[in-house]
Ligand binder design. Sequence first.
Ligand SMILES: NC(=O)c1ccc[n+]([C@@H]2O[C@H](COP(=O)([O-])OP(=O)(O)OC[C@H]3O[C@@H](n4cnc5c(N)ncnc54)[C@H](O)[C@@H]3O)[C@@H](O)[C@H]2O)c1
Length: 269
Amino acid sequence: MTDFSSVKVKVAIVTGAADGLGKAIAQCYAENGMKVVVSDINADKGSKVAEEIRAAGGEAVFFKADVSKEDEVKGLVDFAVATYGRLDGLVNNAGIAAENRPTHEFSVAEFDKLMAIDLRGVFLGMKFAVEAILKTKSTGGFIINVASQAGILGNSSMATYVSAKHGVVGLTKSAALDYAPHNISVNAICPGTFRTSIWGQAPEEVVSQYAKLLSPNGRLGDPKEIGHLALFLASDLARYISGSAIVIDAGSHAGKVTPVQWAHPEILE
Ligand SMILES: NC(=O)c1ccc[n+]([C@@H]2O[C@H](COP(=O)([O-])OP(=O)(O)OC[C@H]3O[C@@H](n4cnc5c(N)ncnc54)[C@H](O)[C@@H]3O)[C@@H](O)[C@H]2O)c1
């Protein structure tokens, strides 16, 4: 029988877990018996996520850390080990988006800020978490870096975000080779368009218009679907997967959609 029970002994940190995809990953991990360190720069929302997980019978604690700050990321990893006595995995999920502009109109400060959070943050997380996972002697260690479809494809008006996310995929591939002999898998998840806070209070008809435009199956992704993929990658079922940038986008990166009239539409009736 195939089951996910290998995750039950594992301790993982999820960054940017106060909201969106990170929150869904932390919840999915805890529902499946993992011990989770919920981390975010937003202490109010992050603490609430950990409380909700505990109220639902799961195991989670909150630790505030800004992923762009070396001492805070080190503090986060030290806290996880001090709390649970081990570390098996890290999900480097925290990230910010940028305004859409042509490349030359980004300021240097905007470029530096985006890189500090979306790229350096991932490096810092791996640097300190890998050390702790190695010391734990985990037989099922894992790093999951949340990149983006923008880690695989270019995008006009998104030069800073696209270059940071391509960098995340590069870090993932190189680290996968460093740690393959040491029982640590390193993979990137590359989401298409998911329904998180970026959609804010946008009216339903606007969301559904964009969903049709951005996703071949006509709907935005549900953050829980990222949780399911992250759970699989954390489990021992996925030990032979490493160095991969796994796109999860209903096929939108696969190519162009050309509208066509079906000769026999009655097959759908
Ligand atoms: N939602 C999507 O459609 C989508 C698509 C592709 C990639 N992504 C990536 O997924 C990840 C999560 O995105 P989301 O949509 O859930 O975003 P979100 O804004 O809903 O959540 C991001 C979380 O990260 C936290 N955060 C921001 N800066 C931080 C910092 N410096 N240190 C620690 N925490 C910080 C925020 O407080 C927030 O809780 C990001 O890396 C994003 O680039 C999202």
